[in-house]
Design a binder for this molecule. Sequence first.
Ligand code: UFG
Length: 329
Amino acid sequence: MRLLVTGGAGYIGSVVTAELLGAGHQVTVLDDLSTGHADAVPDGAEFVRASITEADPVLAAGEFDAVLHFAAKSLVPESVVAPELYWHNNTVGSLALLDSMRRHDLRTIVFSSTAATYGEPDSVPIEETSPTRPTNPYGASKLAVDHLLTSYAGAHRFSAVSLRYFNVAGARIDGEDPARSLGERHATETHLIPIALQVAAGSRPQLQVNGVHYPTPDGSCVRDYIHVLDLADAHLRALEHAVAHAGGGHLICNLGSGSGSSVREVLDSVRRITGRPTPAVDAPNRPGDPAVLIASNDRAAAELGWRPTRDLDRMVADAWQFYRQHSHD
Ligand code: UFG
């Protein structure tokens, strides 16, 4: 297929692009490089440096079969202090992209949604039918796009799949050429596993365990971690699903492992895999952090035939290998 990937210079978009190319698809990456890296665009993909509000000429020229839409702002704390960035980029930008698609009679899309659309759950595992009550503008801006897609599927025959990611981690290691490995390289790093690896490597003094009195077995927050390669596999399946259902429909699927790991369990994994001491200190709760977020992945299994296969140690091992290859970037 001929595919447009927005945000293909970012962490998840670049990994999915590499997997799409490996599966024989032709890919054009659209990315404004506001947070992505030009050298993360995999060899073999065409690259257009532009924002999602400027997709029109690319779509006019391309004869695409589908869009995979990753481009977004994704820092929860930033979304609280500068919500306009999130409404403009994530929601208004996605609306512009969908309208460009309509103009060019392209109606097949896979969208990067998020567990943040649910907010604080009443119970876990979280199902797709659980209430959506986002607790920050990031989650709200993504939920708005999910609603947009539902209405465009109904009114304009869009065939859409929204994938609600839980905690994505790991890397795509290229065994032959380390320079072509793909992983997390955020200018502002807020995620647990990359931060813990920086501590293991000695480039940060210690890990702060944000909250140690949660109602969880060891008192630290529990999250559902999912390997970026398992996530990529789900995108290829979602693409097939969307193409097979051309004519209209919107499927929403959680992407998580269905089980949780606490911050302390992640830290244990980092110490085990790296063999480094990795000092940690107890710290206050991070405002807005729910105690436990775990996905039900039954719908992704039933609708997409998807099951994740890579465990937490594999995520940490791949992220560690990537970190050591790229820490001098
Ligand atoms: N944590 C620490 N110390 C750190 C960093 C994180 O203890 O230095 C803890 C957090 O408090 C949290 C857990 O590690 O309990 C995971 O934190 P991350 O920041 O890695 O991930 P979040 O669960 O906060 O965020 C994820 C996604 C977001 C999404 C959010 C809401 O990365 O995109 O879930 O579902 F918005």
